[in-house]
Design a protein around this ligand. Structure first.
Ligand code: 13P
Length: 247
């Protein structure tokens, strides 16, 4: 019932030449049950929209205000104006580098909705929290505080990205992924009701690669992936899209 979603986060990578990778992806046959999204750096966003075909384009962050004296920031309205349909909020790199709190992320998600964008809200525990067996409580608290009231299957995607799995080649066991995703699903159903709670897509992120994608996508309540490094090359990301569409 939920369409799958393969989302690529290019982070602070990509110059004009990188758009060739997106063009290659856009020329591949459309998957049957999988939506595709690329989140390029803001500098490439408008140009990416022009070559993306049926692939949707998202921002990587937005300011909570629609406009104003915030040098260097980009608002959700600006992302929408450039052709984005979604924006990542609360990535652990933003939480760490820019000291973003759950309250900040909730405000950004609300700003995204106000601009007509889907908010891709990111959650994840640190290695110390994982080792202290705090993962489920940390994720529950982040999910509760980062997700605004009014979340639906249309306006919100949740991405579980263990911090220690990002860019490291380390991946939780399939049981560990299932445990977190099942808990997030139950929490969303309890808070937003069965219809919307079951409609929201739950992505796994953290060292998703072509060779581990099929196993991850066969895991309970995993509706897709948020992919960093492996989204930079069309061949790698296409292999992940294909694995997801076949799952
Ligand atoms: P990697 O796929 O490079 O581990 O990055 C995951 C991520 O942070 C996506 O947002």
């Amino acid at each position: 019932m939920r369409r799958k979603l393969a989302a690529g986060n290019w982070k602070m990578n990509g110059l004009a030449a990188s758009l060739a990778e997106l063009e290659t992806l856009a020329q591949a046959p459309a998957p049957h049950q999988t939506d595709r999204m690329i989140c390029p750096p803001a500098t490439l966003l408008a140009r990416a929209v022009n070559v993306a075909g049926e692939i949707t384009i998202g921002g990587q962050d937005c300011h909570p205000q629609p406009s104003g004296a915030h040098t260097g920031d980009v608002s959700a309205a600006m992302l929408a104006d450039a052709g984005a349909t979604a924006v990542i909020v609360g990535h652990s790199e933003r939480r760490a580098d820019h000291h973003e709190t759950d309250a900040d992320i909730r405000a950004k998600a609300e700003a995204a909705w106000a601009a007509g964008l889907t908010a891709v809200i990111c959650l994840g525990e640190s290695l110390a929290q994982r080792e202290a067996e705090e993962t489920l409580s940390v994720i529950a608290a982040q999910l509760e505080a980062s997700t605004p009231d009014g979340a639906t299957g249309t306006n919100t995607v949740i991405a579980y990205e263990p911090i220690w799995a990002i860019g490291t080649g380390l991946v939780p066991s399939l049981d560990q992924i299932a445990e977190v995703h099942d808990a997030m699903r139950a929490q969303l159903v309890a808070r937003f009701g069965a219809t919307e709670g079951k409609a929201m897509r739950l992505l796994y992120g953290g060292s998703v690669k072509p060779d581990n994608a099929a196993d991850i996508f066969a895991t309970s309540n995993v509706d897709g992936a948020l992919v960093g490094g492996a989204s930079l090359k069309a061949a790698d990301f296409q292999a992940i899209i294909d694995a997801l569409d076949a799952a």
